[in-house]
Design a binder for this molecule. Structure first.
Ligand code: PRP
Ligand code: URA
Length: 210
């Protein structure tokens, strides 16, 4: 399903794994496992328009035409929760450049503070995949996109697992050219700026720091 710049990815395996993530009694082991499944499905979908070039190969039986990726891809997980999605992409894009932006939301204000940044060289033509499972107020994605645009990125794809309408609206307003892939758009943010129904604190549940 496509709505403006937002792709809501639908797949039965995605839906059932997201349900496991949402359940409050899911423990760390299952949370990690299903976060991996959800992330892989989302990432495959987000990368489906990558360009390929054709080249000649030999199978054991004959010559054939194969393809290889042509586009330069850079992946930027937003620390810390974005690491869950980086681990998932490693299975099919182990050779890509990886940049890191470390952001942490203040528990009182929900405003993200940057504590780390290390980025590879970015080109206008690079497809930059920004990974963060939760798009709540949109502050973390907004700050990360601003940093990446400042380094020359222009083709930006955001991949999250759950998004709130408030955060999507912020990204649409401030970064209209950016495409978002998500497994779900939830109802709203609560007074602590957590997504409802959401799945709680992704980083704490994934890394077992509750
Ligand atoms: C969480 C989450 C996102 C951010 C989303 O990270 O992983 O990065 O909040 O909220 P926003 O859209 O309102 O900015 P948190 O700051 O808790 O850090 P963590 O990833 O280290 O857990
Ligand atoms: N970060 C999370 O991990 N969960 C939310 O609901 C909002 C921000």
């Amino acid at each position: 399903m496509t709505r403006q710049h937002i792709h809501i990815v639908r797949h039965p395996l995605l839906g059932s794994s997201l349900t496991v993530l949402r359940q409050k009694n899911t423990g760390t082991e299952d949370f990690r496992k299903h976060a991996g499944i959800v992330s892989k499905i989302l990432l495959v979908e987000a990368l489906k328009n990558l360009r390929v070039s054709r080249y000649r190969i030999e199978t054991p039986l004959s010559a054939a035409i194969g393809v290889k990726l042509k586009d330069d891809v850079v992946v930027v997980p937003v620390l810390r929760a974005g690491l869950a999605m980086l681990f998932a992409i490693n299975d099919f894009l182990p050779q890509v450049g990886v940049g890191f932006v470390g952001l942490e939301r203040d528990e009182q204000t929900a405003i993200a503070r940057e504590y780390y940044r290390k980025l590879p060289r970015l080109f206008k033509t690079s497809t930059v995949l920004v990974l963060d499972p939760m798009l709540a107020t949109g502050g973390s994605f907004d700050d990360t996109i601003t940093i990446l645009k400042g380094k020359g990125a222009s083709k930006l794809l955001l991949v999250c697992i759950v998004a709130a309408p408030e955060g999507l609206e912020r990204i649409r307003r401030k970064h209209p050219g950016v495409t978002v892939y998500t497994a779900a758009i939830d109802s709203h943010l609560n007074d602590r700026k957590f997504i409802v129904p959401g799945l709680g604190d992704f980083g704490d549940r994934y890394f077992g720091t509750v």
